[in-house]
Each structure stands twice: as structure tokens, then as C-alpha cells.
Design a protein around this ligand. Structure first.
Ligand SMILES: C[S@@+](CC[C@H](N)C(=O)[O-])C[C@H]1O[C@@H](n2cnc3c(N)ncnc32)[C@H](O)[C@@H]1O
Length: 181
């Protein structure tokens, strides 16, 4: 199934550890929530989506993980979200348009507050007629505008479509650039 392999690669890249706290933005039907929850022991995934319909579907798909407290699913738009004292080892988003096509400055400000210092943001994106340099260039420009640093960019061709993964963290690297030496 197309979504399974695209999202399977995303889960592989995020590489959840058993005790990690993870945050997913725009979880849709909750396919990645399932893949991540399978790898957690005493960790947790918080997944949000601005669509109540999507969160209802994600809850249904992950009913046992929600009951166990391993997955927490909430209807909220990222820019309005309040995660309290929670701090995350990794945040990820898959095909969430604001990061590639909009102005994500408010969203990135929220993520900068909730990532642990060693935490990373994994941003996956693909477009039907998209070219990886164009997609990653647009994402990197938006991250730079909010003073995020890009650590690496990976791509994988899945079901005939190039998927981009940009791994980033808030703040500039010590060399003053948007990338490591
Ligand atoms: C194209 S779907 C992708 C769903 C899933 N991540 C996937 O790859 O199959 C984008 C999802 O992100 C949600 N979304 C978009 N912008 C959002 C935002 N600012 N905050 C929370 N959810 C958002 C949408 O409601 C939608 O469910």
C-alpha cells in the first residue's frame, strides 16, 4: 500500500527508541502513529491534526495504543497547540503543506519551544510533479527564515515519487551558517 511504504520510510528515519517522546504534526489517519507506537515501551507519541475527522480515524486505528496511554491524539492546529511541559526527542511531519508552501514561522516557533535541546525535526514531503531540489530548497528557505539549521537532507524514491526528508533543529550552527562544518 502506497501510504504504508511512504510512511514506513518516515518511521524508519525517525527511528523511535523505546522511551522516546515523539510529536507528529498532521497525522491524518494515524498510520505513522501505529508504526511508532509499535516501537515504544514506556515512551509516548503525541499526534495532532487540525481535522477532527482525521483524529477520529487515527483514534480508531490506534485504539489499543490510545487505551494504553502510548498514543495521545488531539484535534488542534499546530500554531494554536499547547503541549504544556512536554518536551520531545523528535518531531515529525509528513506531507504537511505549510512547511513547503506556506509561511510556517508560527508553527516553527511552537516546535522550537517543545523540542529537547538534542531533539530534531524530521520533515517529509513529496509532490506529484515535484523535483527534490525544488522541494528541499523551498523547505530549507522557510527553515532558514525562522533561523533553523538543516542538518541533512535525504531522499528516497517510493512508488515512483521522490520523497524528501529534511532533518533540522532550531538555531544556527556555531559556524554561523545554516549547516555543519
Ligand atoms: C496531506 S495530509 C497528510 C496526512 C499524513 N501525514 C500522511 O502523510 O498520510 C496533511 C494532514 O495535515 C493536517 N494539517 C495540515 N496543516 C496542519 C496544521 N497546521 N496543524 C495540524 N494539522 C495540520 C491536515 O488536516 C491533514 O490531515
Amino acid at each position: 500500500m502506497q501510504a504504508e511504504s511512504r510512511i514506513g520510510w518516515a518511521v524508519e528515519m525517525v527511528a523511535p527508541q523505546p522511551s522516546d517522546w515523539l510529536l507528529e504534526i498532521g497525522c491524518g489517519h494515524g498510520v505513522a502513529v501505529t508504526g511508532v507506537s509499535e516501537k515504544l515501551v514506556d515512551g509516548r507519541i503525541v499526534a495532532i491534526d487540525r481535522s477532527a475527522t482525521m483524529i477520529a480515524a487515527a483514534k480508531q486505528r490506534n485504539v489499543s495504543y490510545v487505551a494504553a496511554g502510548r498514543a495521545v491524539l488531539e484535534t488542534v492546529e499546530l500554531a494554536q497547540a499547547d503541549f504544556g511541559d512536554a518536551r520531545f526527542d523528535a518531531v515529525f511531519a509528513i506531507r504537511v503543506g505549510v512547511f513547503a508552501r506556506g509561511d510556517p514561522s508560527r508553527e516553527l516557533a511552537v516546535l522550537a519551544r517543545v523540542l529537547k535541546p538534542e531533539g530534531r525535526f524530521f520533515l517529509f514531503h513529496d509532490e506529484p510533479a515535484g523535483n527534490v531540489d525544488d522541494i528541499s530548497g523551498r523547505i530549507e528557505a522557510r527553515l532558514a527564515d525562522s533561523r533553523w539549521s538543516v542538518e541533512s537532507v535525504r531522499t528516497r524514491r517510493i512508488d515512483g515519487i521522490d520523497v524528501v526528508c529534511v532533518i533540522a533543529r532550531p538555531g544556527k550552527f556555531e559556524n554561523g551558517t545554516g549547516g555543519p562544518d
